[in-house]
Design a protein around this ligand. Structure first.
Ligand SMILES: [Zn+2]
Length: 195
């Protein structure tokens, strides 16, 4: 692993606040994308997971949830992301390739990735250390990429706003003639209850 990569991992861990093997993997995946795709300042990213991958992209590439250069398709459930050009919609999808995960060569990573860690003789932290050693050694070897076309709108259409007739807050309309906000629509399934 180059000193540049190690430095970028350090920077991302500092932002992430936890020593997570996924951060090592995510930085290596991002660097693979940088090698194979002409990433520009205004490139957009699609996340297939909330875990780890968004952090190096936010801290090292300046694409954030807030500036909406990052989008989520997390129902995918895969440890992967796509970087794409907004104008052409051409992109590169980077993913952990399960066909390349050799249980013999990377036993700790295998247990980590398939979520079948044996923690009877090791703590999670100790196990993480071994996983990280394997990622440092083999990182790029377990990653694949594919050229893709992204089927998302270039920009989300600008939504109108209105006052919710129930809570009185301004909300973005999801459809014409929407009278109450998306959260009030959920009723008792709302993510919160006012105390
Ligand atoms: Zn409301």
């Amino acid at each position: 692993m180059s000193t540049k990569t190690a430095e970028r991992i350090r920077e991302t861990l500092n932002f992430h606040k936890k020593t997570a093997p996924g951060i090592y993997l995510a930085v290596i995946m991002l660097e693979l994308a940088e090698k194979k795709f002409n990433i520009k300042e205004k490139s957009n990213y699609v996340m297939e997971t909330h875990f780890c991958i968004p952090d190096p992209i936010q801290i090292l590439k300046g694409a954030t949830l807030g500036n909406r250069y990052i989008r989520h398709e997390i129902q995918s459930g895969r440890f992967a992301f796509t970087v794409f050009n907004r104008d052409t919609k051409k992109g590169l999808r980077v993913y952990v390739d399960s066909k390349k995960i050799d249980r013999e060569k990377m036993p700790y990573f295998y247990e980590f990735y398939f979520r079948c860690r044996d923690l009877s003789s090791l703590t999670r932290e100790e196990h993480n250390k071994f996983v990280i050693e394997e990622i440092k050694k083999l990182g790029e070897n377990m990653i694949s990429s594919q050229e893709v076309m992204v089927n998302l709108d270039e920009k989300e259409p600008m939504k109108r706003t209105d006052l919710c007739t129930k809570c009185g807050e301004v909300f973005l309309l999801n459809y014409e003639d929407q009278k109450i906000c998306g959260e009030c629509e959920k009723g008792k399934d709302s993510y919160y209850t006012v105390l």
